[in-house]
Design a protein around this ligand. Structure first.
Ligand code: S3P
Length: 177
């Protein structure tokens, strides 16, 4: 795949629990890029957790903070940017990432996602009486956005390291001149 774009960075998008943060850290280590996580940036700026922001200000306030962070990333180079699961549902966010990054989507089945997130409690959107159903619904609604990535990697049967190696390979292919 050849892209006539500036591919100075690598951005990871995908649903909660697809491994964006752990895979992103490995990719950054392999490529000697800096690792950034949009949720971490938002939390450190706000001095609050994502759950607190959702609870105190609502989801739309969180989405506005997300938007602001994405716009600030456009001048960066040699970064692996891990993003919150809902970030690419705003097409402008995805377009902004694509201006200077290869966008890779980590995909997983709803069953695998549930397996990975079931014992975690920090995600306000899964704080729901039927989280499995919530995962299926949200994933189905977001699928068209995730599929706008440049590259889609299924993580169901792969370890984080295998996914990271696959991504590094895809980045090399995309930036080969
Ligand atoms: C969200 C995913 C979370 C975080 C917030 C909202 C989403 O990030 O941004 O809780 O809308 O899917 P992770 O995908 O890293 O869990």
């Amino acid at each position: 795949m050849q892209l006539s774009r500036q591919l100075d960075n690598l951005a990871l998008i995908g649903f909660m629990g697809t491994g964006k943060t752990s895979v992103g850290r490995l990719v950054a280590e392999i490529m000697r890029f800096e690792f950034l996580d949009t949720d971490e940036l938002i939390q450190s700026r706000a001095g609050r957790t994502i759950a607190e922001i959702f609870e105190q200000d609502g989801e739309s306030a969180f989405r506005a903070l997300e938007r602001q962070v994405v716009l600030e990333l456009v001048n960066r180079k040699k970064n692996v940017i891990s993003t919150g699961g809902g970030l690419p549902t705003n097409a402008d966010n995805l377009a902004a990432l694509k201006t200077n990054a290869l966008v890779v989507c980590l995909w997983a089945s709803p069953e695998k996602i549930w397996e990975r997130v079931r014992y975690q409690s920090h995600r306000p959107l899964l704080n729901h009486p039927d989280p499995q159903q919530r995962i299926r619904e949200l994933l189905a609604a977001r699928e068209p956005h995730y599929k706008n990535a440049d590259v889609l990697v299924n993580t169901d049967l792969r370890s984080a390291r295998e996914v990271a190696q696959q991504i590094v390979l895809q980045f090399k292919i995309a930036t080969r001149h």
